[in-house]
Design a protein around this ligand. Structure first.
Ligand SMILES: Nc1nc2c(ncn2[C@@H]2O[C@H](COP(=O)(O)OP(=O)(O)O)[C@@H](O)[C@H]2O)c(=O)[nH]1
Ligand SMILES: [Mg+2]
Ligand SMILES: [Zn+2]
Length: 342
């Protein structure tokens, strides 16, 4: 029998989405970036809000103008959140992440254990390896760093201490970004852009200015983007202005996202102990004995409280930053929506 030959031979290629705009995606294929339009079928029967996110590997039909995205390859992992208070679907912010770097700073804005612990929990939930970068170590007061190291000793998180100004720790950080898809997450002013500039001076990201790379709010004009690194790999610089509620997380699952809590909870009297009110709670005792950092436990309790009072996934305003002294000027504070600036 003669082989079957389709009417038209389309040429396909696999590429990585490096940026998404309203109607088109920028897809890196080899050494080129092509503008591609997602096929309508990708939106059908979709559980998530967006069929395609930055970081997705996609199959592109190279015929036609623009080229079209025919399929999204299965994701290794992704960072997502509940889309909005009106839309319970999950919005995928970035897919196929090798590592998320939480950038915290000393001085201003002050280090927020709450913000940090939430995103570490989110990474654990989504299977994204996480690292913690303490930036502005030039501003450290005596004991600052020791206290932070102690708080995170049991958190299973890769640790960096950096100064973007004198480049302390920058080369080691740069080495960890090589060849990988990296997300920089942290409060406005923590030094994300400064660190990326120190790693790759040619980029000249605006320091002290708000970028629009990360559309976490309702602002459809903003986009997110993978910035290619000369050494290979990418980084997403995110405003990360606020934390976001994890999609469809249960109380039982939350407990598993804090490695220190997991370590003690076998000894609780009740196997389903939530560690906030039950008698003979080994986790609570560990906090009292200072074997488990109070800041980590506090972050857990706050997330637990939110889960219990959850009304269906409205995002959480960055209330924890108000007393911590985040540098002024963020117009979105307390509004519950990420507005653009970063
Ligand atoms: N002292 C000190 N200041 C820094 C350091 N890194 C960044 N900054 C300053 O912190 C401010 C905010 O930095 P930026 O990179 O824009 O933060 P981003 O909002 O996280 O991107 C700028 O004034 C930087 O010069 C650091 O390691 N030490
Ligand atoms: Mg910035
Ligand atoms: Zn307990």
């Amino acid at each position: 029998m003669a082989p079957w030959i389709p009417d038209c031979m389309h040429e396909f290629a696999t590429g990585r989405v490096v940026r998404t705009d309203a109607k088109v995606c920028h897809v890196e294929i080899g050494d080129k970036v092509l503008l591609c339009a997602p096929r309508g079928k990708l939106f059908e029967g979709l559980e998530q809000k967006n069929p395609i996110a930055v970081g997705d590997l996609v199959q592109v039909d190279l015929e036609g103008n623009p080229c079209s995205i025919e399929a999204v390859l299965p994701r290794r992992n992704w960072l997502g959140r509940t889309a909005s208070s009106h839309d319970p679907r999950e919005q995928v912010l970035v897919a196929n992440v090798d590592r998320l770097f939480v950038i915290g700073s000393l001085g201003k804005p002050g280090f927020s254990s709450n913000r940090t612990d939430r995103i570490l929990a989110a990474c654990a939930w989504h299977g994204i390896p996480a690292a913690l970068v303490i930036n502005k170590v030039d501003l450290a007061r005596e004991g600052d760093l020791d206290a932070l190291r102690a708080s995170y000793a049991g958190a299973n998180v890769e640790w960096h201490e950096t100064c973007a100004l004198d480049r302390r720790g920058v080369d080691r950080l740069a080495e960890r970004l090589r060849g990988a898809v990296n997300v920089f997450y942290g409060a406005s002013g923590a030094g994300k852009s400064s660190l990326i500039n120190a790693i790759q001076p040619g980029l000249k990201l605006k320091v002290g200015k708000i970028s629009k790379f990360w559309d976490a709010g309702k602002h459809t004009t903003a986009h997110s983007q993978l910035i290619p690194l000369a050494q290979g790999g990418w980084v997403i610089d995110t405003p990360g202005i606020r934390t976001f509620r994890l999609h469809r997380l249960s109380v039982g699952e939350l407990r598993g996202l804090f490695p220190e809590i997991v370590r003690f909870q076998d000894r609780c009297k009740f196997p389903d102990c939530s560690h906030d009110h039950e008698p003979d709670c080994a986790v609570f005792e560990a906090v009292e004995q200072e074997e488990l950092p109070a800041t980590r436990y506090g972050s857990y309790l706050e997330m637990l409280d939110e889960l219990r009072n959850s009304t269906g996934g409205e995002d959480v305003p960055d209330a924890e930053e108000a007393p911590g002294g985040e540098s002024g000027g963020d117009s979105d504070r307390g509004s519950g929506q990420a507005s653009g600036p970063d």
